[in-house]
Unconditional design. Structure first.
Length: 256
C-alpha cells in the first residue's frame, strides 16, 4: 500500500540524459529509468543526483521479459501509474520508403513492456511519421487489446517552453475510460502564444532592449550544405546525434 500523500510512481524508458524524468519529477516519483546506452545511463545518474531509488540502469529494452521484471521489482510493492518511453524514431522519419526495421521494432518492444507492466497511463514520444507507420497500427491494436483508450497529439516543442524547433508525436494511453477530447483541450491549453527562443532560455530575466552577451551562435551542421550559424531570437534547430565532425582543422573554441 502506498503511504497517504505519496506521489504516484513513474518509469522512464529510453531515458537518455534524464530530460523526461526532470519533467515527470514535478508530479511523479520516477522510481526507475532504463536505457541501452551506457553513456546515457552515466549521464542520467550524474544529472539526476544518482539517488538509489531513481538511478538509471543499463537494460536491453528488446528483452521484454527482463525489462518488465526490472520495472516491477524497482517499484514493488507499489505499481507503475505512468510509463513514459521515447524509443528511437529514425525508421519512421524514413517510413515513406518502407524502411521500418530494427529501430521500429523497439517501439513494438515498448508496447509489449507496457502490456506486461500494465501502467495506468502510458506516454510514448516519437516522430510524427510514426502515426502513419505499420508499426503504429500494430501497436495501437495491441494497446486496445490490453484495455487502453488512447489519443495522439503532435506538438512543436518550442510552443511548450523548450527553445528548440522540434516537432514530436505524443501518444497517450489510459486503462480507464477518459474523455480524450478533454485531454486534447488541456494539452492545447498549455501551448504558448509564441515560440520559445534561445534568448528566452539563456537570459530569462533580461529586460527588453538590454544588451545580450551575444546574438549569434554556432552548431556544427550535419553536412556542408547546411548552415551552422543561428540567431538567439529563434528556437534552436533540432539537435541530432549525427551533428559533429565538420570543424575546420584550424578551428579554436572561444569563450562566449
Amino acid at each position: 500500500m502506498a503511504a497517504e500523500g505519496a506521489r504516484p510512481v513513474a518509469a522512464d524508458l529510453f531515458c537518455g540524459a534524464g530530460g523526461a524524468s526532470v519533467g515527470l519529477g514535478a508530479h511523479y516519483d520516477v522510481r526507475i529509468a532504463l536505457d541501452v546506452d551506457p553513456q546515457a545511463v552515466e549521464a542520467y545518474n550524474a544529472n539526476m543526483g544518482g539517488n538509489s531509488a531513481g538511478r538509471a540502469r543499463l537494460q536491453n529494452l528488446r528483452d521484454v521479459t527482463a525489462a518488465a521484471r526490472a520495472i516491477k521489482d524497482a517499484v514493488a510493492p507499489r505499481v507503475v501509474q505512468l510509463l513514459f518511453a521515447s524509443p528511437p524514431s529514425s525508421d519512421f522519419d524514413r517510413a515513406g520508403h518502407n524502411l521500418e526495421g530494427a529501430d521500429a521494432a523497439l517501439s513494438v518492444s515498448t508496447l509489449e513492456i507496457i502490456r506486461a507492466v500494465l501502467p495506468a497511463v502510458f506516454v510514448i514520444e516519437s516522430a510524427p511519421a510514426f502515426a502513419r507507420s505499420e508499426t503504429f497500427k500494430n501497436c495501437r491494436r495491441a494497446a486496445e487489446a490490453a484495455g487502453y483508450h488512447s489519443a495522439v497529439f503532435v506538438a512543436n516543442a518550442s510552443l511548450y517552453g523548450t527553445p528548440q524547433a522540434r516537432v514530436r508525436l505524443i501518444w497517450v494511453g489510459s486503462r480507464t475510460h477518459c474523455d480524450m477530447a478533454a485531454w486534447y483541450a488541456a494539452f492545447r491549453a498549455t501551448r504558448g502564444e509564441r515560440a520559445t527562443t534561445v534568448a528566452d532560455a539563456l537570459w530569462p530575466g533580461l529586460a527588453p532592449g538590454e544588451e545580450r552577451p551575444f546574438q549569434l551562435y554556432y552548431i556544427t551542421p550535419r553536412s556542408v550544405y547546411r548552415r551552422g550559424v543561428f540567431s538567439v531570437d529563434y528556437p534552436a534547430p533540432t539537435l541530432r546525434t549525427s551533428c559533429g565532425g565538420l570543424r575546420s582543422a584550424g578551428y579554436e573554441p572561444r569563450d562566449a
